[in-house]
Design a protein around this ligand. Structure first.
Ligand SMILES: [Zn+2]
Length: 254
């Protein structure tokens, strides 16, 4: 009951605001943090007191521009990962023109499993050649559409991945396949996660941040990555309810 109420409340009033986001960035700058997107962070030889900004645009692509506006007003850049269903040419070209990093938030394994009603991990693994082919075609199309290198990718976490106990990351684990596809890094690559150490993600009103708030981490003065998603910052009931309804339908027909 408490969960349902919190979910309803979050639809009609996002638990965080863009003013909160600006406050986080300002606090970090006041505490002498360097703020980067992922690619710039990876290029550092001796990172210290860094805040890495990553946005996974799971819904509402226009919200990306609101995050970016705040970042640009403070002279910082971030990494934005878009799914196929949030890929918005206009938004992406504006972000790229302003120096933000654009990546592909991929989910081919989950999409394939749902489309073919595969609920067994071992059966799905047998289809990995086809799934990789879809990944290769999708990223090729997105490159052609955007004119961007798209050498960065981040795995989306779908409900199907949890049930299958098989993440989308598995699709690009093979170094040879990565090289063929021109992928420089995946956001959860072990070496990258080890380099930044603390990974803070936003969430709904029941758990606004996990494992701790960015403000608390900033007080410690230590490096961290902050992952944020539009639905927790911008109230957009149509988009959030639409995403959840789509997910419920997918669960039903899977
Ligand atoms: Zn996602």
């Amino acid at each position: 009951m408490r969960r349902t109420l919190a979910k309803l409340q979050d639809y009609f009033r996002a638990p965080h605001s863009f003013a909160d986001y600006e406050q986080i960035l300002r606090s970090a700058l006041d505490r002498s943090y360097q703020i980067f997107g992922m690619e710039s962070f990876i290029a550092l030889s001796a990172p210290s007191r860094c805040l890495i900004l990553r946005h996974d645009i799971d819904n509402d692509p226009l919200a990306a521009l609101a995050f970016a506006q705040i970042e640009e007003s403070l002279g910082v850049k971030a990494s934005y990962f878009f799914r196929l269903n949030t890929w918005n040419d206009d938004v992406i070209s504006r972000l790229a023109a302003n120096g933000h990093e654009i990546g592909y938030h991929f989910e081919e394994a989950a999409t394939y499993a749902k489309a073919r009603h595969i609920r067994d991990k071992l059966i799905l693994l047998d289809h990995y050649d086809q799934i990789r082919e879809q990944f290769r075609n999708n990223i090729k199309d997105l490159r052609a559409r955007s004119g961007l290198a798209l050498s960065a990718v981040a795995a989306h976490g779908d409900f199907a991945n949890k049930i299958l106990n098989l993440g989308n990351r598995q699709v690009i684990r093979d170094p040879g396949f990565r090289a063929q596809c021109g992928i420089a890094y995946e956001a959860y690559d072990e070496a990258i996660v080890a380099a930044y150490g603390v990974h803070i993600s936003d969430g709904g009103s029941l758990c606004p941040y996990s494992p701790l708030s960015p403000q608390k981490q900033i007080e410690k003065g230590e490096t961290f990555l902050f992952l944020s998603h539009p639905r927790w910052w911008k109230t957009n009931p149509l988009s959030s309810i639409g995403s959840d309804l789509r997910m419920s339908c997918e669960r039903l027909v899977w």
